[in-house]
Design a protein around this ligand. Sequence first.
Ligand code: SER
Length: 248
Amino acid sequence: VLSTKAEKEPELAKKVNVTGTIHLLNLALFQNMKHKITTKFFFPSSIAVYNTKGIDKQIDESSYCNPKTIYGQHKLFCENLGTAMDIYGNEQNLKIDFRCIRFPGIISTNTLPTGGTSDYAPQMIHNAFNKKEYTCFVNELTCLPFIVMPDAIEAISQLMNKSKDSLNKTVYNITSFSPTVLNLLKIIQKKYPDFQLTYSIDKMRQSIIDSWPDFIDDYHAKNDWGWKPKYDLDTAFNDYIVPQLTKY
Ligand code: SER
């Protein structure tokens, strides 16, 4: 349950995002007992764990983890629970090999997200491709870190394939590019010059985005497991988004 929807339906969000994760962690412990292994567990977290309102700088993994949203609070709680199970284990001393990535907004050509707050970027792109105009719910200077789906998948695969002793952390940031809405508009209109963008600002969604960082520091992912995105904004748009949308 993504951030905008979680804010509107907190009970549902708790049930799916927190209780769901706890059930999966318990299942991992059960696997440990059954197969006498330490189960590897991947948890997809989010830059929503940060609250950088009023702070204009890059952040590392430990700063400003004081999320404004219920969604971010739930993500942080699950990160901490998983990390505790990795370090300390449960009462029978069973541990989980917990690995987590804090994702920026993700842009996919195959699916459109719903209920998220970073949805405006993929929605703009898909609408432009489908020759539809788009009414953006955040203002033109809004800036957020993004990544495209192939890089997000590659990051999970890289992290999960590393040996545990090469990892200094359980939770990692990754990032690719941080466009403003205007930067996105510019690159979209280069390819689709007729694309029209208007604005109708949703105060709640704008305030969520304003609490998230513009840039994040992915030093530890680079250092510990060689993370490097394949795409920047230009290549993401021209070599992944446009060809894939055209193909499918
Ligand atoms: N991208 C998600 C959202 O917008 C946050 O992780 O809700």
